[in-house]
Design a protein around this ligand. Sequence first.
Ligand code: AVJ
Length: 317
Amino acid sequence: MPTIYTNAFEEDVYKGLTSYPKKLSSKYFYDEKGDKIFQQIMNMPEYYLTDAEYSIIESYTEKIAAAFNDENGFDIIELGAGDGKKTKVLLRYLNENKFNFSYQPIDISKYALKELKESLENELPNLKVIPQEGMYFKVLNRLAEYKSRKKVILVLGSNIGNLVQEKAIEFLQNIQASMNKGDLLFMGFDMKKNPQQIIDAYSDKTGITEAFNKNLLLRINREMNADFDLDKFLHWETYDPETGTAKSYLVAKEDLKVRLQKIDLEINFKAWETIHTEISQKYDDLTVNWLAEQANLKVIDQYVDSENLFKDFLLTI
Ligand code: AVJ
C-alpha cells in the first residue's frame, strides 16, 4: 500500500527504516529538544571541538578580521550558525573596531536562529543582523546572485563532518558556485587525533550524547505517533583511525516490533540489529586540500589551536 507522506522527514524515516541496514539522518536531530541537548554537548569537557575552535578564533581574531576586511565592506554569511558563541568573539571585535560589515546567520533550526537574533540584539545592539531560515543549498543559490560586495562564508564547528565524502564535495561545490572572485570561505575541520579522545567525545559517560542520538526516536514517536522504547536501544560509537570516520548507531538489544502509525509502518528489529544515525568525519591536511581541489577551491591559510585538535581553513576560488 503506497504511503502518502506529508513531509520529507516522514519520507526519509520510511525509507531509512525499511532499508537494510537501517539508517536515519542526523540532520533530523535538531528539533527544539535536540538543539538543547547539542548545547549541553558543546559544554561537556569531553567534547573538545567547541573549546578548540573557540580558542582559535580568540587567538587569531585580529588576523582573521584583517583577512576578511575589504575597502568596500563585506558580508559574513554563516551556515549553521547555532548559538553563535564562537562567532560572537569575531563579531564583537569587528563591531568595536568599526569594520564595515553585516552578519547573515543561516540555520535550519528556527529555534536556534530566533535565540541567536535575540541574544545579538542584547549583546551587540548596533550590529546589522539579517537572519535567514532554510536549507543551506537554497540560501546559497540565492547568494550566488549577490555580487555587490565581498562575501565571507563561515561554516564553523565541523558541520561538514556530518557528510559522507561525496556529499562533502557537493557541499563545497555548491558553496564554490555561490562565490565570486575575492569572496572567502572560512571553514572548520575536526582533525585526526588520538582515537580514544574521539570515542570519548562521542560516547560520554554521562549519557548526553546517548540522549542526543535517542532524541531522534523520541521525535519519531511524537511526530509519527510511534512507540519506540528508548531503553531497548543502546548508543554505540565507532571510530576508524584510517578513514577518520566516527559513526553513531542505535542498536536494538532484543527482538522488537515498532509501530509508526502516522506513516502506516510496522518495523521489526532482530536482536542487535543497528540503525546508523550519524557520521562525524575527522580530517588531515592532505584530505582537506584534496576536497578543496575537487570543488575548485584553494586553501590560502589555516589556523590551529595549541593542541592541534581542530583547524579553521581559509579558502578562495
Ligand atoms: C554539529 C556535526 C559538528 O558531529 O561533532 C556532536 C554533532 N554529534 N555529538 C559533530 C554531534 C554528536 C556535531 N556537529
